[in-house]
Design a protein around this ligand. Structure first.
Ligand SMILES: Cc1cc2nc3c(=O)[nH]c(=O)nc-3n(C[C@H](O)[C@H](O)[C@H](O)COP(=O)(O)OP(=O)(O)OC[C@H]3O[C@@H](n4cnc5c(N)ncnc54)[C@H](O)[C@@H]3O)c2cc1C
Length: 374
């Protein structure tokens, strides 16, 4: 027997859960998550930063619009803070100074930045190579946030349940069909659900879910990114070091529970999958750390990879599919899905439940999947 709902959300990552918590204020919502736990894929593998040194004006504006939620969440959302103040240092070699200028101008509307010279660089991050061939200047944002992705995910699950919604894990959707005014959704376990609205928040699998529903893809590109952790230099207190990034997308590193983590900012094309770190990118991360800093990466403590999934224009996709009633896309979160999730949850609420549009950062048509389906 099919279980009837108002809204079914496919995917229990940050996108699906933040939207589900908002929509559950208006409708009977169920989230179907393929894995045994929420956040198993991209949402549990990120660098968990909120900062403005990535993306473009739209991404920065959506991040800015989301920031207040992380700093001052609703009273009953989480018993622990959703993040901690962190600083971000974006550095440049002599030949990269043009890029640094451009980034400074792009971030300025959203954050108060400090300009840092070689002396300041050595103070903020003493292992960074400076001077000839090394970093000569940087911009420093002392007000970035290191997010707690688990607290965020669990907060949304609790809000969903408090508002009468449900989360079903181990519920991989394996068939989707339109039956009259309803979508009929079957899981691999054999459960059947019906709803007039489905939200496709399946991350890297969002195109595959649309194809399952008899629709074409919007041409999402899943790209793998790798992170390693390793020992911080002996005798140095690295706990206060910033999230330190090259102005070109080559390397970032930051303190991580007494160690350091680093990513070579790889973007390796992949099929949607349970991403694993490959030797080449692991070695590249270590090599770039040694190239840009005085550190020798002696022993890699842990490694992981996750997938960042982009729409063709690298902007988020949120809106009903013009080809089929009740099929809502929430995809293309790229490398900014956590830091934009509060406002995106409210945008989904506005489109699906008809509440007030929550932000000047973006217009509905700029997010609509219709821009790829014309
Ligand atoms: C290395 C790395 C660093 C990053 N750093 C940052 C950062 O610093 N800041 C930031 O904001 N973002 C960052 N990101 C990006 C961020 O993690 C993603 O944008 C975000 O997690 C995407 O969320 P999602 O819910 O769309 O995807 P996911 O978390 O992947 O969730 C999608 C879910 O859908 C489920 N699903 C798929 N198919 C089905 C099906 N058929 N039936 C049921 N369920 C299904 C999957 O199991 C999955 O749990 C980073 C990502 C990576 C990989």
């Amino acid at each position: 027997m099919a279980q009837h709902r108002d809204i079914l959300i496919i995917g229990g990552g940050i996108a699906g859960l933040s939207a589900a918590a908002e929509l559950a204020q208006h409708a009977n919502v169920t989230v179907l998550e393929a894995e045994g736990t929420v956040g198993y894929h991209s949402s549990g593998r990120s660098a968990t930063m909120l900062h403005y040194a990535l993306g473009d004006p739209q991404v920065r504006a959506l991040t800015f619009a989301s920031r207040g939620f992380f700093e001052d969440p609703p009273d009953d959302f989480s018993e622990v803070p959703l993040g901690a103040r962190a600083s971000v240092l974006v550095h440049a070699r002599e030949d990269e100074l043009g890029g640094l200028e451009a980034l400074d101008a792009a971030i300025a509307p959203f954050a108060t930045l400090e300009r840092v010279g070689e002396e300041g660089l050595a103070e903020l991050c003493p292992i960074l190579r400076t001077g000839e061939g090394g970093a000569v200047a940087a911009i420093h944002d002392p007000n970035a946030i290191r997010l707690d992705s688990d607290a965020l995910l669990q907060g949304h699950v609790r809000a969903l349940r408090r508002r009468g919604g449900t989360l079903v894990t181990d519920a991989r959707v394996s068939a989707i069909a339109r039956a009259g005014a309803q979508w009929q959704v079957e899981t691999e376990r054999g459960d059947t659900f019906c709803a007039p609205v489905i939200v496709n928040a399946a991350g890297s699998w969002a195109d595959a879910v649309a194809v399952m529903a008899g629709l074409g893809p919007v041409a999402l590109t899943p790209l793998k990114r790798t992170i390693i952790t390793f020992d911080a230099p002996a005798g140095m207190d690295s706990s206060g070091w910033p999230f330190t990034k090259t102005v070109a997308d080559e390397l970032y590193f930051a303190p991580e529970s007494g160690r350091l983590f680093a990513s070579p900012m790889d973007e390796v094309a992949t099929d949607p999958c349970d991403a694993q770190a490959d030797e080449f990118e692991v070695a590249l991360a270590a090599w770039r750390m040694e190239e840009r800093t005085s550190l020798k990466v002696e022993r890699i403590h842990s490694r992981w990879a996750g997938i960042r999934t982009f729409a063709p224009d690298r902007h988020l996709v949120a809106g009903f599919d013009p080809r089929a009633d009740g099929f809502f896309w929430l995809a293309g979160q790229g490398g900014f899905g956590l830091q934009t999730s509060p406002v995106m949850g409210r945008i989904v609420e506005a489109i699906v439940a008809g509440t007030r549009w929550p932000t000047d950062a973006v217009r509905p048509d700029e997010l609509s999947p219709a821009r790829f389906l014309g």
